[in-house]
Write a protein that binds this ligand. Structure first.
Ligand code: NAD
Length: 500
């Protein structure tokens, strides 16, 4: 296989049918890491045809659940075997630090193991009481069929695995289209699936752009399920195309996530230190390119000045550089386009009256920070309000906006004042208050006195425009299964509804 043969159809690695290629760039210095195949609609068609054949011939869907689960566990072991290699691929491709890359590999390993266990535990079907001893009624689960899986650039391995692991556990076949910006770890993952023994045609990948490849998968009549993670605009467009063909759809979209800090969280020095540290982590890990980033700090007025001063002081000290360098805490943004977008958001916030407390510019180049890299300094903007673009829209960069409140009701109203509803957090030293506020937040994940952890066994997804459906947890498996009710009459006799 040559480096640019990144399309995998029916067990064969190959180039794009058109021969086109795309350069994948290292965001730390804008040099080319690798050429990949730039697939087109005909590659998408070939991949769907392979997935269709593999589904219809039952080579995977009819494989006993225990064997499917065993294969997922082998994939988990292979991910751990290749942990350093994959972490390096992910770090160079996305810009994130090597340590973040390792954490991602460990997290997806857990996801593969979780879905292996879950499908085993839930494979027996559910007997339903039909109200008669003469009836045996059972609800069983079956795979949906051919799944089209579309993933974004920020957590490529993780987003791919959250779809691939449950899709395979349930017995589906799939075509995945990773982001054209960061496709490399997904290519590696598909190689591991083949090495683990998955039959040809079950797992297919087409590297290429959203239009035409993703769009073709959304439109394709032989696709049964369309699962998309990415931005609101492209997600709703692709989702609408998929729905018009009556496919099942799942959309994991953006977020504009509040981090609510009450003064009582800062009543002790330890509490203050923790809340500031967590606010930094919430906003700036992976340079804020996280769907659940705590990009809106909503802090109680009485502690705001001290809190923001300390936050800005620590933000200035975050070590920015190439993700593979020792000691680097934050990598670059993923692309020039993303850098331009972040600069525009900061400019618009300042024009609307925000006060710059840290960052607000590209950092000076250094030996770990090439001038050609897409670096941007962690930026804290004080004095923000809900009418500002920077507060309402997902910036997907290292920008933290600060708003204040004086009452609990006001804090809840601010936190819920977003068209999204993916995640949010509340920091309070009063556990009754923290739980009360958590119960009122209209977000799919709410952390209390923490930020960012998620569990493979707990559902992930959003309220409002953050999406449709859930990944992870039992619901994450159900997305990839059809329920079938089998009603068996044990003593058949005429019903005599009609006289005849
Ligand atoms: P994007 O929407 O630009 O692209 C996502 C994927 O969709 C890519 O593979 C792209 O090629 C493809 N695509 C684009 N247009 C398409 C079309 N018309 N039809 C089919 N596919 C198309 O998003 P991005 O910039 O790669 O990622 C950032 C976004 O992803 C942010 O909004 C972020 O919040 C979101 N995200 C959400 C979650 C979550 O769990 N909810 C997780 C990670 C990222």
């Amino acid at each position: 296989m040559s480096a640019s043969e990144t399309i995998h159809v029916d067990g064969v690695w190959r180039a794009a049918a058109s021969g086109a290629t795309r350069e994948v760039l290292d965001p730390a210095d804008a040099t080319v890491i690798q050429l990949v195949a730039e697939g087109g609609a005909e590659d998408a068609d070939a991949a769907v045809a392979a997935a269709r054949r593999a589904f219809d011939d039952g080579s995977w869907s009819a494989t006993p659940v225990a064997e499917r689960a065993a294969l997922l566990r082998r994939v988990a072991d292979l991910l751990q075997r290749d942990r350093e290699e994959i972490a390096l691929i992910e770090s160079r491709d996305t810009g994130k630090t090597l340590e973040e890359g390792r954490v991602d590999v460990d997290d997806v390993t857990n996801a593969f193991r979780y879905f292996a266990d879950t499908v085993m535990n839930e494979s027996g079907g559910r007997v339903v009481d039909a109200g008669s001893a003469d009836v045996h009624s059972v609800v069983v689960h079956e795979p949906v069929g051919v799944c089209a899986l579309i993933t974004p650039w920020n957590y490529p391995l993780l987003q791919a695995s959250w779809k691939i692991a449950p899709a395979l556990a349930a017995g589906n076949t799939f075509v995945i289209k990773p982001s054209e910006v960061t496709p490399l770890s997904t290519v590696h993952l598909v190689k591991l699936l083949a090495e683990a023994g998955l039959p040809n045609g079950v797992a297919n990948i087409v590297t290429g752009a959203g239009v035409p490849v993703g769009q073709r998968l959304a439109d394709h009549p032989d696709v049964d399920l369309f699962s998309f993670t990415g931005g609101l605009v492209s997600g709703t467009k692709a989702g609408a195309a998929a729905v018009s063909g009556a496919k099942k759809i799942a959309l994991e979209l953006g977020g504009k996530n509040p981090n609510v800090v009450f003064a009582d969280a800062c009543a002790t020095e330890e509490g203050f230190d923790t809340a500031v540290d967590q606010a930094l982590n919430a906003a700036f890990i992976h340079s804020g390119q996280v769907c659940s980033a705590g990009a809106r700090l909503i802090v109680e007025e009485s502690v705001k000045d001290r809190f923001v001063a300390e936050l800005a002081r620590r933000a200035e000290k975050i070590k920015l550089g190439r993700g593979t360098e020792d000691g680097v805490e934050c990598g670059p943004l993923v692309s020039q386009q993303q850098l331009d977008k972040v600069e525009a958001y900061v400019a618009s916030a300042l024009a609307e009256g925000a006060q710059l407390r840290s960052g607000g510019a590209r950092p000076e180049p250094s030996d770990i920070r090439p001038a050609t890299g897409y670096f941007y300094s962690p930026t804290v903007l004080d004095g923000c309000h809900r009418e500002m673009k920077v507060v309402r829209e997902e910036t997907f960069g290292p920008i933290l906006s600060v708003e204040t409140f004086t009452t609990e009701d006001e804090a809840v109203a601010l936190a819920n004042d977003t068209e999204y509803g993916l995640a949010g957090a509340v920091f309070s030293g009063n556990s009754a208050r923290a739980r009360r506020v958590a119960a009122r937040l209209r977000h799919g994940t709410v952390w209390i006195n923490d930020y960012h952890p998620y569990l493979p066994q707990a559902e992930w997804g959003g309220f409002g425009k953050s999406g449709i459906g859930r990944e992870l947890g039992p619901s994450g498996l159900d997305e990839y299964r059809e329920s079938k009710h089998i009603y068996e009459n044990l003593r058949p006799e005429p019903v005599r509804w009609f006289g005849g």
